[in-house]
Design a protein around this ligand. Structure first.
Ligand SMILES: Nc1nc2c(ncn2[C@@H]2O[C@H](COP(=O)(O)OP(=O)(O)OP(=O)(O)O)[C@@H](O)[C@H]2O)c(=O)[nH]1
Ligand SMILES: Nc1nc2c(ncn2[C@@H]2O[C@H](COP(=O)(O)OP(=O)(O)OP(=O)(O)O)[C@@H](O)[C@H]2O)c(=O)[nH]1
Ligand SMILES: [Mg+2]
Ligand SMILES: [Mg+2]
Lengths: 277, 292
């Protein structure tokens, strides 16, 4: 980046910059750029298009997508988790709307953030606007109890997919990670035959700390998929690449705004094109 | 750790007359990687390195007993001086008039919580703060501020069915009438690239003429901290930054980006979700964290 320049070097330097600015991280950006240099030489690629195609392959190699098609035979349970303010509650509402619209499912929301001021009110409002049932208790109640209630409600009144919102929690707060593990335990012990997915929401504007978040939550309860929120902020979400590469967690959805429609299944090609645009 | 890396690089230098280009290159690389991995923006890293690297060639480092350690100190000191600012405190007017504080920033950055925290802090300092719930967009935002205000013992002004601008203006009028001396406006989270919303916050600033327009920024923000800060500063004018969620283990390089690009002081850091978890910003603390 700051070293001597040669003719061919400029392209790779600018590329490294683009990857860094996209939040891939310095070390990842350097590794990818070096690997690309090697791949270009090995494949004797001479033009820009060929180089970018090789780059997309290199980057895409580590990105996998999660199957977002729900189970039509069993109860589906999505647990939404992540650090504070990343977009969990909004994403939970969007997911409920999505599964109703695209998979004709009856969605039920579970207000398992019993901690933050007006968190339950926030989800209740989403439920009212969408016409989707929200199971909740008093603020301060046990999140596990709300989850339990939700499962009971679905048993009694029906429902195809439960989307459970949880409180924002810093991954370096071991007490909060333990609480999450307790919630996970409640789901695993009570869901029975259902399909259970734990989805970590990552804010697209997050830097390298996103990797730490994913590492710790994955280690604590096992993350089944990642939802990238706030992709409309024009941040590139490059940390997804590192998360995917080191932890092999697939990418589930991408959030592109504050409306209920602003959520779609993760598309690898579109993401890569935008990262390199 | 960066100190060890510098020590390794300069190990061969000690006692020689000049530092080799290879030493300089390695040093530059180490700083660059450390800062980028800490989320400092790449343009800010470049500027920082270019200004600092000359000292690596300098007399002091060459003659030092432990050049690596000395160079670390040079980098650290430079960072502390960059991050620091004499205008660290809130610049509020006297108790006989109304001072307005406008909170702004991206979605989810911590504005509502920080607004309440500020209210609690100012109340402790003997001021009479009023929180104004001017976010009418986010579901239950007004409720959230009302709850936090009540928990912190700070009054909250709220109004149904108007525009954010109207609530802000009426909140100010209410403060004047009821003899509050500080009004803290909570606003909707918005993208710096959202033309309409940026126009709205600019209009709100014009209407309430704040003595403090604070950008609330998440400590875990990546490279885009620069673009975000620039846009808010150009459209509205920032007087200071609150770096929220500093209790995470994010290295917080966004702080250096924000300060470096806007030149505006970081006034507070948020260190948790509780209302007393707002601390004064100390550059030393962030510098050692960014340098890891
Ligand atoms: N622009 C944009 N804003 C979003 C997106 N997703 C969520 N938001 C906004 O981000 C803010 C925070 O969203 P929440 O859903 O409350 O986030 P959260 O993770 O539940 O927050 P906590 O429960 O407090 O941890 C709100 O203002 C949302 O409207 C998105 O994809 N794009
Ligand atoms: N751990 C920690 N959490 C914080 C801090 N500041 C705010 N939060 C949490 O971050 C989340 C978002 O905070 P809000 O105050 O709702 O953020 P906001 O900027 O008002 O969000 P919008 O109005 O949707 O744009 C909440 O869960 C807060 O409790 C902090 O300093 N540390
Ligand atoms: Mg929430
Ligand atoms: Mg808010």
């Amino acid at each position: 980046l700051f070293g001597k320049k040669t003719e061919g070097d400029t392209f790779f330097e600018e590329l490294e910059d683009i990857l860094i600015e996209g939040d891939l991280g310095a070390l990842s950006a350097m590794e990818i750029t070096d690997a690309l240099r090697e791949a270009v030489r090995a494949a004797r690629v001479k033009d820009r298009e060929g180089t970018l195609a090789l780059l997309k392959d290199l980057l895409g190699e580590h990105l996998s997508t999660m199957d977002t098609v729900p189970d039509s035979e069993r109860l589906n349970f999505f647990l939404i988790l992540g650090v504070n303010g990343v977009g969990k509650t909004t994403t939970a509402a969007k997911l409920a709307a999505y599964y109703r619209k695209h998979h004709a499912m009856e969605a039920v929301l579970s207000a398992a953030d019993t901690f933050r001021a007006a968190a339950i009110d926030q989800l209740l409002l989403h439920g009212t606007r969408l016409g989707i049932r929200v199971i909740h208790q008093q603020p301060g109640s046990d999140p596990g109890a709300v989850i339990f209630d939700t499962l009971e409600s679905v048993k009694a009144k029906g429902g195809d997919i439960i989307i459970a919102d949880t409180a924002g929690r810093m991954h370096n707060r071991s007490d909060l990670v333990r609480e999450l593990q307790k919630i996970d335990k409640v789901v695993r012990s009570r869901l029975g035959e259902g399909l259970y997915k734990k989805l970590l929401v990552i804010d697209a504007t997050t830097g390298q700390n996103g990797i730490r978040q994913a590492e710790i939550f994955h280690e604590a309860i096992g993350v089944d998929g990642i939802i990238l929120a706030k992709y409309d902020s024009d941040a590139k979400g490059g940390i997804l690449f590192s998360i995917s590469r080191t932890l092999h967690i697939p990418l589930a959805f991408i959030g592109t705004g504050e409306s209920y429609d602003d959520l779609k299944p993760f598309e690898k090609e579109a993401f890569l094109s935008s990262l390199l645009s | 750790r960066i100190t060890e890396k510098f020590t390794d690089i300069f190990r061969q230098v000690s006692g020689k007359a000049v530092i080799s280009e290879k030493n300089i290159e390695d040093t530059v690389n180490e700083i660059k990687v450390a800062l980028l991995e800490a989320d400092v923006n790449v343009r800010v890293v470049r500027r920082f390195v270019n200004h600092t690297i000359e000292e690596a060639r300098g007399e002091k480092v060459l003659k030092a007993v432990n050049p690596g350690q000395l160079f670390t100190k040079i980098v650290y000191d430079r960072m502390v001086s960059l991050l620091g600012d004499e205008r660290q405190d809130l610049d509020l007017k006297g108790p006989d008039t109304v001072s307005c504080i406008l909170m702004m920033g991206l979605q989810g950055s911590g504005k509502t919580t920080s607004a309440a925290k500020l209210g609690v802090r100012l109340k402790k300092e003997g001021r009479k703060p009023l929180l104004v719930a001017a976010d009418l967009v986010r579901p239950a935002a007004v409720e959230q501020l009302a709850i936090l205000g009540s928990q912190g013992g700070v009054d909250v002004y709220r109004e149904e069915g108007s525009s954010a601008l109207t609530v802000a203006k009426n909140g100010y009028k209410h403060a004047k009438k009821q003899l509050y001396d500080t009004v803290i406006f909570d606003t909707t989270g918005r993208l710096h690239i959202d033309e309409e919303m940026m126009a709205e916050i600019a209009a709100m600033a014009k209407a309430v003429d704040p003595v403090e327009a604070l950008l609330v920024a998440d400590a875990m923000t990546g490279q885009h901290a620069v673009d975000i800060a620039k846009e808010f500063d150009e459209r509205v004018g920032i007087t200071g930054v609150i770096l929220s969620k500093f209790d995470s283990d994010a290295r917080g390089g966004a702080a250096l980006s924000l300060k470096s690009i806007t030149g505006k002081p970081i006034k507070f850091i948020g260190t948790g979700e509780k209302l007393d978890q707002l601390e004064v910003f100390y550059p030393e603390r962030i510098a050692s964290r960014i340098l890891g």
